[in-house]
Design a protein around this ligand. Structure first.
Ligand code: ATP
Ligand code: MG
Length: 187
């Protein structure tokens, strides 16, 4: 008789990323602006509740990596800052319409770098491309004007989140798992 082999149980993984989440009012406004930019043209707008700014994308990770990533986040001593959203950009290849700052605040770069450094110690393969701070507003769009200015909106950032991505046929759903505060700037 052929021996029965029991397959090893696959280690459960979760698709995770660190992100900043705008307040609902700002998300609604960005969603509306994306609607104006698309002007009824092709494209899939991101639902307001899904609009976010990714700090670091972890991908599918197991429980021990998640634990290490949470410890790395807990160790971070970063300062809160204001992010000015003042341009709408367009990346033609993926057809992404996004909103972002004209210049990435140094405190945001520091936060991303600290996070990456902590994650690398967990065995993370950090993103090699330069960090491009953006909130994706629509995908699969075809626009003619690459960049447009927008009336600047100030977004006060005082926490960051660990988020789980649940992917469904209808698109992603995001679940905030845990949040960490940023320190108030010294007076
Ligand atoms: P979908 O993949 O269903 O279109 P999504 O891209 O929003 O939705 P995820 O793929 O789970 O959902 O990604 C979560 C976040 O991480 C998004 O902001 C996405 O742009 C970003 N992200 C995904 N893959 C990478 C990657 N390889 N490098 C950097 N950021 C990534
Ligand atoms: Mg994706």
């Amino acid at each position: 008789m052929t021996p029965v082999t029991t397959p090893l149980p696959a280690t459960p993984t979760q698709r995770l990323f660190f992100a900043l989440w705008p307040p609902a009012e700002l998300s609604r406004e960005l969603h509306r602006l994306a609607g104006n930019a698309l002007r009824g043209g092709a494209g899939r707008r991101v639902a307001p509740e899904n609009i976010h700014l990714t700090l670091a994308f972890l991908g599918s990770v197991n429980a021990s990596f998640r634990e290490c990533a949470e410890q790395a986040a807990t160790a971070i001593r970063a300062t809160s800052f204001t992010l000015m959203l003042e341009q709408m950009g367009y990346w033609p290849k993926p057809g992404i319409l996004w909103a972002g700052p004209n210049q990435t605040p140094s405190l945001l770069i520091q936060l991303v770098q600290e996070l990456n450094a902590g994650l690398v110690a967990c065995g993370y393969d950090a993103e090699k491309r330069p960090y491009a701070a953006h909130l994706t507003l629509a995908r699969k769009t075809h626009l003619h004007n690459a960049v447009a200015s927008m009336e600047p909106r100030a977004w006060e950032i005082n926490r960051f989140h660990l988020v789980r991505s649940h992917t469904h046929a209808g698109g992603a759903r995001y679940e905030i798992l845990r949040s960490w505060p940023l320190n108030s700037p010294a007076a």
